[in-house]
Design a protein around this ligand. Structure first.
Ligand SMILES: Nc1nc2c(c(=O)[nH]1)N[C@H]1C(S)=C(S)[C@@H](COP(=O)(O)O)O[C@H]1N2
Ligand SMILES: [Mo]
Length: 538
């Protein structure tokens, strides 16, 4: 080989690799775009990225899920989707480069990824059957076709005759690739997948149209048992402290749904059945609204909330008393001899959440909620109907997008999170949080307002104390109590002196129990320990 030839060959093989990678990326994009388009017709949740993401969430060990929620918060799903797309991009580039030498292996490889997507879709708890495999399957076929075609244009053997320019290079015997054909094919593939992607996105966006219309057209009846007004003294209005009622847009959201379920209230049904249900029923939304509506302020907390964490919110819920509905169906709580001790709620997206029947029927305001802060539930918070039970963490009580209630026993069935290592029973632990000053704040010396919230739903908060460094515990001022089921604000003016200080808070609940000192992790039944904030006073 002459020097001249060497120089010409190296860049050319480089170019070929880049073009191979490009074919792979185009084939991958075509696959995803077609899959997205087909998922409009099947259902958005069956698309490959959502299905693989959902399958990943289902299989994530409890500790890793907890870590993701802790580090990415509500962005954990975005991070997951970005991760999946990055992996797919790397695979697409590799398949593209592989296709230069082994066209058929690359095509088969792409089809295999389609199989993975299809298997993920079929394995989701909310899978509606074989149809769910279609987006991934058709996407993979389209991608494989594009890859086969593009790799063919790049094929050195076939190209020479097809490229009339080849003679112009002064190397007429050199194998050439079909440059014009490749350009045409890539442009066509790129345009077609961009079109399919845009169309799929638009149609998917509109797919919840009926559900949106059913929510827009909904006027909730006035509750027969309205919540008393929030006592004037419950909201302290201290800058930096959480507001007493959390607006829906600021309310934390924790769920496994990569696509927020959009349920049409007009076709929604709730089935109540199972062990010891003498009179099973299936209710429509209208039938539910015809029952007496009650309105209650209830603070909801996530078991994944770290000490001092943000996954707690307080809302004014409107709903139907679950205990009354169960009693109408003939359900008896275990204390009165009922055979079922676990109520398993199931959502349209296949989530299962198990609550103790005893707690739900012991007189507390366990609700099938239809409204939040005077509005129909937002889609992200469970429209049209969700459960809310004062005193229990969300994963054992607050099923969103509920469609089925089955009475069973704790021995007979482990719901979603329990199967992943979390406790069967999980009453909310007593916690206090310092909202202000923020960690590492630099307040000026003098009077600094220390304030926050404390909660121990259904037991209530009786006392909050603050300690500066290793000093004595000093009792904070408690805002007026709204109900035992809500959090309470607290505040303490602190005469801050220059230097670094650690502020620590502890609450005492209505049962007289003091928030424990020992820190525990959130797994398996919620974090224990006291919140501290370190500040530097200037
Ligand atoms: N269908 C469904 N309901 C669900 C969940 C879920 O993943 N899917 N997560 C539960 C958890 S862990 C919590 S803490 C609450 C959170 O409710 P929010 O998102 O309205 O704050 O919903 C509960 N209900
Ligand atoms: Mo949660």
């Amino acid at each position: 080989m002459t020097n001249l030839e060497k120089k010409r060959r190296i860049p050319r093989s480089w170019t070929r690799s880049v073009l191979g990678a490009l074919s792979g990326v185009l084939a991958g994009s075509a696959a995803l775009a077609v899959a997205q388009l087909v998922s409009v017709w099947v259902r958005p949740e069956a698309g490959p990225v959502v299905a693989v993401g959902g399958a990943a969430i289902d299989r994530t060990p409890a500790m890793a899920k907890d870590w993701a929620v802790r580090n990415f918060g509500t962005d954990d799903k975005l991070v997951l989707e970005f991760g999946i797309l990055s992996v797919l991009a790397v695979l697409a580039v590799s398949l593209g480069v592989l296709s230069l030498r082994h066209r058929w292996s690359a095509v088969v490889g792409l089809l295999l990824f389609g199989l993975v997507g299809a298997a993920a879709a079929l394995g989701r708890p909310d899978s509606t059957g074989l149809r769910d495999a279609l987006p991934s399957a058709t996407g993979a076929l389209a991608g494989a076709g594009v890859l086969f075609l593009l790799a063919g244009r790049l094929d050195a053997r076939g190209g020479a005759a097809a490229d009339p320019d080849a003679a112009g290079h002064g190397l007429p015997r050199r194998p050439e690739w079909d440059r014009r054909g490749f350009l045409l094919a890539t442009s066509a593939a790129a345009a077609a997948s961009a079109g399919a992607a845009v169309l799929g996105r638009t149609l998917n966006g509109a797919s919840g149209h009926d559900a949106v219309a059913s929510r827009d057209g909904l006027v909730l009846p006035a509750p027969g048992s309205p919540a008393p007004p929030v006592p004037a003294g419950a909201q302290l209005r201290i800058p930096g402290a959480s507001s007493f009622l959390t607006p829906a847009k600021d309310f934390y959201r924790v769920d496994t749904a990569l696509v927020v379920p959009k349920v049409d209230a007009r076709t929604w049904r709730l089935r109540v059945h199972g062990l010891g249900v003498a009179r099973p029923v299936t209710l429509s939304f209208d039938e539910l609204l015809r029952r007496e509506l009650v309105e209650r302020d209830i603070t909801l907390t996530c078991v994944s909330n770290e000490v001092g964490g943000p996954y707690v919110g307080n809302a004014r819920w409107i709903g139907v008393r679950l205990a009354d509905l169960l009693a109408d169906c003939g359900v008896e709580p275990p204390a009165r001899g009922g055979p079922a001790d676990q109520l398993v709620a199931r959502s349209v997206d296949g989530m299962t959440i198990g609550s103790p029947v005893e707690d739900v029927m012991d007189g507390r305001d366990a609700l099938l909620a239809v409204g939040m802060n005077g509005e129909p539930l937002p889609f992200a918070h469970g429209f049209p109907v969700r459960m809310v039970v004062p005193g229990l963490y969300g994963y054992v009580s607050a099923c969103k997008w509920i469609e089925d209630i089955e009475l069973t026993t704790f021995d007979a069935y482990d719901p979603y999170w329990v199967a992943r290592g979390w406790s069967r029973r999980a009453p909310v632990k007593t916690q206090a949080r310092i909202d202000t000053p923020r960690p590492f704040a630099r307040p000026a010396s003098g009077t600094v307002m220390v304030a926050g919230v404390a909660w121990a739903q259904h037991r209530g908060i009786d006392k909050v104390e603050v300690r500066v460094d290793d000093g004595p515990w000093r009792e904070a001022r408690l805002a007026a109590e709204d109900s035992r089921d809500t959090w309470r604000q607290w505040s303490l003016p602190w005469q801050a002196t220059r230097g670094g200080h650690t502020l620590t808070v502890r609450a005492t609940d209505g049962a007289g129990a003091v928030q424990t000192e020992k820190r525990t992790r959130t797994l398996p039944d919620g974090a224990d320990g006291r919140h501290s904030v370190v500040v530097t006073v200037d």
